[in-house]
Design a protein around this ligand. Structure first.
Ligand code: CP
Length: 320
């Protein structure tokens, strides 16, 4: 566990440990003085080969609040554009003696490949259609806190039904969330047009739906995903208008089929396609802003925990 590449590599107790560690950073981030020296003297490189707003900024803010020196590498301005290979780029970052490298890449498995070439911990900030583990962790933290505000006392999601709706096929967020939610005891449903449902998803213990109204009935949580047009490879999907009609989360649909459900979306949203603004912006049901806030806390926890060995502090396995 030197790296954080995938939720599939984490045990349930390790997920709960990272959530518990993040709780302290939520409180810390709400203070006026948000500076810690926990990671002072360490260099963190954020290497992003795909666009990002939330993940890049929250990793940068997380590293800076912990006192580390944070450097961002944008692929569009790097020597990747001159033909440098991914492995040569990884070796170059390693030679600069980074203490942690955070990577987003469009190819599934690219982050794992880089992790095998460098000496420091690597954190996956999203790799192709594979995983986005810190997203699933921040979603779990936001959801658990929302459930507690509603009176729940459990540390996990036993008995909860979560419907994930959208472009499941291309979604690393869906994959990481399915694994994390199930590890924490939830029942997970997946809803998508036939062309955007991965074949054999039942093998993951997920119940597939093509009818959104049926997928919503009895759900405690609905997690909406955007259509990842940048990853479409000739799949036949409805037009945005048809998609909204069939799979858009509207106020009416929520009221009719899951009136008590909590609404989540990892962002970026396509308003009026997969979710309507009056649902997304309703603080009584929507966790979307809380998800972003929890993203900073989760990334602080992950950077802190994964650099403990470097800092001579007991590692998260050593410390248990
Ligand atoms: N949810 C998420 O990963 O958002 P960004 O692409 O803006 O980082």
């Amino acid at each position: 566990h030197r790296d954080l590449i995938a939720i599939s590599q984490l045990e349930r107790h390790e997920i709960l440990y990272l959530l518990a560690e993040a709780e302290q950073w939520v409180d810390f981030n709400r203070r006026a003085n948000k500076h810690s020296d926990a990671l002072a003297g360490l260099t963190i490189i954020n290497a992003f080969f795909e666009n990002s707003t939330r993940t890049l900024l929250s990793f940068e803010i997380a590293g800076k609040r912990l006192g580390a020196d944070v450097v961002n590498m944008h692929a569009s301005q790097s020597s990747i554009k001159k033909g440098e290979t991914l492995i040569d780029t990884a070796v170059t970052l390693n030679a600069m003696r980074a203490d942690a490298i955070v990577i987003r890449h469009g190819s599934s498995g690219a982050v794992g490949l880089i992790a095998s070439k460098v000496d420091c911990p690597v954190l996956n900030a999203g790799d192709g259609q594979h995983e986005h583990p810190t997203q699933a962790l921040l979603d779990a933290l936001a959801l658990r806190r929302a459930l507690r505000e509603r009176g729940a006392t459990s540390e996990d999601f036993t008995g909860l039904t979560v419907t994930i709706c959208g472009d499941i096929l291309h979604s690393r967020v869906a994959r990481s969330n399915i694994l994390s939610l199930q590890a924490l005891g939830a029942t997970v449903r997946a809803c998508a047009p036939p062309a955007l449902m991965p074949q054999g998803i039942e093998a993951m213990g997920v119940e597939p739906f093509h009818d959104f109204d049926r997928a919503l009935a009895g759900a405690d949580v609905v997690m909406m995903l955007r259509l990842q047009n940048e990853r479409m490879d000739g799949q036949f999907i409805p037009s945005p208008r048809e998609y909204h009609h069939l799979y858009g989360l509207t106020r009416e649909r929520l009221a009719n089929h899951a009136p008590e459900a909590i609404v989540m979306h990892p962002g970026p949203m396509n308003r009026g396609v997969e979710i309507d603004s009056d649902v997304a912006d309703d603080p009584a049901v929507s966790l979307i802003t809380a998800q972003v806030e929890m993203g900073v806390a989760i990334r602080m926890a992950c950077l802190d925990v994964l650099t403990r060995r470097t800092r001579g502090v007991a590692g998260w396995k050593d410390g248990e």
